[in-house]
Ligand binder design. Structure first.
Ligand SMILES: Cc1ncc(COP(=O)(O)O)c(C=O)c1O
Length: 456
């Protein structure tokens, strides 16, 4: 690539980029982003792009919320760092705890802080083990996790995830994860299978897995309410109620990974409310601070906490935490973020503009390249297909999703193509209807260009 800046050259030589082809970035260099404004980001040359993914499904308040910058600055002046080990706590963290508890979608007892979505799921993995050991059930340790679930990239979070890129070659030292099907009718229903029969089949699979492994060996089930990175997949309507019943019956904990859905993305504060879940643990990150500072957390219910207390009584303390668990600057940013969500009616706004996005996306239902359009609130996907009627995807090597992304990028729209040719949409929560129309108009033009290219 010509005209590369010095910043781009230095970076591509010395920076190992997550989820990026090393060869590709050595050749092309990264796109260097220099500033943000509302739903847009700007590159070094001043070109602007609508960030149709809020970065990584996370910058809920967009890229220029001054109140968050000011909250961080105020906190840095007052108390830039203190920890929560050994019975201490920064005051701002106590305020965040109070605020977050008021958002809790089901009765929860405590919050444990971490710094990323992966860490929160990693901690959930450890806590479930600790809990069962503490209450005298050392055999009850396995996890049920779903194909296409994404829970992050620490060792345990990768093991829980059902996406191979995070596992291959890594020799993860974590066992005991039982993989079950991804609940997505469009991709996985058999030819001619009705939605209800498909859903019955999913439930039977879970029942069979539990019967095979033994309920007394299975500790927890982890699921995103709406699968995000695996392809924006919404389960059949009766899936979660029936799963929930099975979990209750077999005394299996439910970990709701609300790292994407937490704090408004689906048009309710949590996916737990959308699907009427009864999780024992909820993990949150991303929109907790609108991604302006790294912070994540686990909501833990009284049942889990009772187990943790038992362990702590035995050992003398709860032996888990990070130097930056409940970092004051990140806590200040998260607290201000939640105040803005509440004060500015962001959830109601998501409901309103989310309906506009969903309507806009559904314009493409009968486009010759489109197999399925799906989504809720401010998350959506267009799944491209070689043969939409047969639900047949394009061969991955054809790179149809990548072609679409490049052309959208040329027109000033950043999106992601996940799992090949699924175009994901997850704009900042503050997006307005005009900005959504821009996204839809660019998408319409690029879908047609892509069709010409495919038919080429
Ligand atoms: C549902 C879900 N869980 C966990 C994670 C991991 O979060 P992080 O990248 O902050 O570690 C992600 C990241 O996209 C996610 O989408």
């Amino acid at each position: 690539m010509t005209n590369r800046s010095n910043a781009s050259r230095v970076d591509s030589d010395h920076h190992l980029h997550p989820y990026t082809s090393i060869q590709q970035i050595e050749k092309d260099g990264p796109l260097v982003i220099t500033k943000g404004e509302r739903v847009r980001v700007f590159d070094e040359s001043g070109r602007s792009f609508i960030e149709g993914m809020s970065g990584l499904w996370c910058a809920g308040l967009g890229f220029s919320e001054k109140r968050l910058a000011e909250a961080a600055y105020r906190q840095m002046l007052e108390l830039p760092y203190y920890h929560s080990f050994n019975g201490r706590v920064p005051r701002i963290v106590t305020e965040l705890v109070e605020e977050m508890m008021s958002w809790s979608p089901v009765p929860m007892e405590r919050l444990l802080f971490a710094n990323s979505g992966s860490e929160s799921n990693d901690a959930a993995y450890k806590i479930v083990h600790y809990y069962n050991n503490a209450i005298g059930r050392p055999e009850k340790k396995k996890f049920i996790a779903r194909d296409k679930g994404y829970h992050g990239t620490t060792a345990a979070a990768s093991a829980l995830s059902g996406i191979m890129a995070g596992k291959t070659l890594f020799d993860l030292p974590i066992g005991g994860v039982i993989r079950i099907s991804c609940p997505h009718y469009y991709q996985y229903a058999l030819p001619g299978e009705a939605l209800q029969s498909y859903s019955d089949r999913l439930i039977e699979e879970i029942e069979q897995v539990i019967a095979r492994e033994g309920a007394d060996t299975i500790a927890a089930f982890i699921a995103e309410p709406v699968i995000g990175g695996g392809g924006v997949m919404i389960p059949p309507p009766d899936y979660f109620p029936r799963v929930q019943e099975i979990l209750n019956k077999n005394d299996i904990l439910f970990i709701a990974d609300e790292v994407i859905s937490g704090f408004g993305r689906l048009g309710e504060p949590f996916g737990t409310q959308v699907f009427n879940l009864k999780p024992d643990i909820i993990t949150v990150a991303k929109m907790l601070s609108s991604a302006y500072a790294p912070i994540s957390a686990l909501y833990l219910n009284d049942r889990v906490c009772a187990g943790l207390r038992k362990g702590s009584d035995k050992i003398g303390y709860f032996g888990h935490g990070y130097t930056y668990s409940g970092h004051p600057m990140a806590a200040a940013v998260a607290l201000e973020t939640l105040k803005i969500y509440r004060g500015d009616g962001i959830i109601e706004h998501v409901r309103r503009v989310g309906a506009h996005l969903q309507k806009g996306l559904r314009r493409f239902v009968s486009h010759p390249l489109v197999g399925e359009v799906r989504g809720m609130g401010l998350i959506g996907a267009i799944e491209l297909a070689d043969d939409p009627v047969q639900r047949k995807p394009f061969p991955p090597e054809k790179g149809v999703g990548s072609f679409f992304l490049r052309r959208a990028f040329d027109r000033g729209l950043i999106l992601r193509a996940i799992q090949g040719d699924i175009l994901a949409f997850s704009p900042p929560l503050i997006i307005n209807e005009d900005e959504i129309d821009e996204i839809i108009d660019i998408t319409a033009a690029v879908l047609d260009e892509t069709l010409d290219w495919v038919r080429g």
